[in-house]
Ligand binder design. Structure first.
Ligand SMILES: [Zn+2]
Length: 234
């Protein structure tokens, strides 16, 4: 299964409605959901921009310097006073506007996607699961396993996990009976985390994903205090 297209996620972030396939995938894929959250946050910030945030005209001396540098025939007769005016002109001035807009974070759409990277496009979803609460912990999340160019990775997202005062969260993969558990890595509360999986770890032998609370006690084994757990399905 493939992840959502970056462009589709951008459109969703901008408030467009998505395809049924995308909606279905988003409900099970922590990675794409977290990507959408990221894009939505940027869109929200961009929409919160007020006229006071717009670029202002630089002193005439700046333009004179640029004209000289670019070997332009003449500096404009007046100073550049608005974006609309600048847009109506041609030539090197256009990239000045683009540069100003980028400087105040106004570039959205295609530029936004480029700025945030496109690392998701070459990775394939191998298996996923929802993570249900253990011992009425009240938390739930998602886990997705992906095959990338350099191996398998596991992404775990458990929204709203609180900080542990004298410990930390550890992600495990386990056999179906949880008799054998492999420590995958530590996880910060409230942030999705992606772990590279060791080559040779067979996800069909270790399909259970578990998040536990561990303490700084030097005991490398599972504390037996789990907050969420689920079993990956392909
Ligand atoms: Zn996805």
């Amino acid at each position: 299964m493939l992840h959502c297209d970056e462009e589709d996620l951008s459109l969703l972030a901008l408030g467009e409605s998505g395809s049924a396939d995308d909606e279905a995938h988003l409900s099970t894929c922590a990675r794409c959901q977290s990507r959408l959250d990221q894009l939505s946050a940027v869109v929200k910030s961009a929409r919160a921009v007020t006229p006071g945030d717009h670029p202002i005209a630089p002193p005439a001396s700046v333009w004179a310097g640029i004209s000289t540098e670019l070997g332009l025939d003449a500096a404009p007769s007046g100073t550049v006073t608005s974006i609309d005016q600048a847009r109506s002109r041609r030539g090197p001035r256009l990239w000045l506007v683009a540069a100003s807009a980028a400087a105040v974070g106004l570039i959205v759409g295609g530029g936004l996607v480029t700025a945030l990277g496109t690392s998701g496009s070459s990775e394939q979803l191998v298996a996923s699961t929802t993570l249900g609460p253990i011992d009425n912990s009240g938390f739930s999340g998602t886990a997705t396993m992906e095959q990338g160019g350099d191996g398998m990775s596991l992404t775990v997202d458990v929204p709203g996990l609180p900080a542990v005062t004298d410990g930390y969260y550890e992600v495990w993969m386990a056999t179906p009976d949880t008799a054998t558990m492999v420590a995958i890595g530590t996880m910060r509360p409230g942030q999705p985390a992606t772990f590279p999986l060791p080559a040779g770890l067979d996800p069909t032998s270790f399909p259970v994903v578990d998040v536990s609370v561990e303490h700084f006690d030097g005991d490398a084994g599972h504390s037996v205090v789990s907050v969420v757990r689920g079993q990956l399905t392909t």
